[in-house]
Design a protein around this ligand. Structure first.
Ligand code: G3P
Length: 229
């Protein structure tokens, strides 16, 4: 399973890509608008920060398929390899996905909240489908259940489309979609830490350090210990 960062905050992106095994960045119009920066500068900075070989998913805003195709072409000219147009699952969006796939793009169908939407997007030619987990859970839905159902349907019908699960507020939701068959998750920066940390891990490491310091000295590393005859 691949991990993406769901953010347009360049500081958070730089910090996260320094540490975490991330395959790319997803953004949405709300995340970009929050930065209050000229779009071209912001997108180019993100593209530079995340480095070559990573994916960058940027949402299209046109309400008509032809405009969306033009937006995607302009963004591909700007961002180059690894750019993936995100397209909302509307009727015009399905048409745009079909046209974009025909032009060699690998579009991501977004704002998905039902298996039917995901199936239609896959049939239109989406490379990724982005179901919104927490937004479903917040209205008493079953976000993980929807992801699992999409995974079963894609397997049943032999569809190559990947599931890029989005909209998370808890570690449990992320774990749930991983076991349900999501190929990729996109996470807000503040969810990365909780995904890794555990009090037993922390106390275990603290114990190792205390034992080591008792023998080789506080703060000493393997390098220090090897340097001492
Ligand atoms: O980027 C789309 C999705 O991740 C939105 O998440 O947290 O706004 O529900 P959220």
């Amino acid at each position: 399973m691949l991990y993406f960062l769901d953010s347009a905050d360049t500081q958070a992106i730089a910090a996260a890509f320094d540490l975490w095994p991330l395959a790319g960045v997803t953004t949405n119009p709300s995340l970009i608008a929050r930065e209050k920066r000229p779009l071209r500068d912001l997108l180019l900075e993100i593209r530079r920060l995340i480095g070559p070989g990573t994916m960058f998913h940027v949402q299209l805003l046109g309400s008509e398929a032809g405009i969306m195709v033009e937006e995607a072409q302009r963004l591909r000219d700007l961002l180059g390899d690894g750019f993936h147009p995100k397209v909302p699952v509307t009727p015009q969006g399905l048409k745009a996905i079909r046209l974009l796939a025909g032009l060699g793009f690998e579009p991501t169908a977004t704002a998905i909240v039902s298996p039917s939407q995901a199936l239609l997007a896959a049939r239109a030619g989406a490379a990724f489908t982005a179901p919104y987990v927490n937004r479903l859970d917040m209205i008493n839905g079953d976000g993980v259940g929807v992801v699992g159902e999409i995974a079963r349907l894609f397997a049943l019908h032999g569809l190559p489309t990947k599931i890029l699960a989005a909209s998370f507020k808890s570690v449990q939701q992320v774990h749930g979609v991983a076991t349900a068959g999501a190929h990729t998750v996109t996470l807000a920066p503040d969810l990365l830490g909780p995904l890794l940390s555990h009090p037993l891990t922390e106390s275990g490491i603290a114990g190792f350090l205390a034992d080591w310091a008792g023998c080789y000295g506080p703060g000493h590393t393997v390098l220090d210990a090897l340097a001492t005859p």
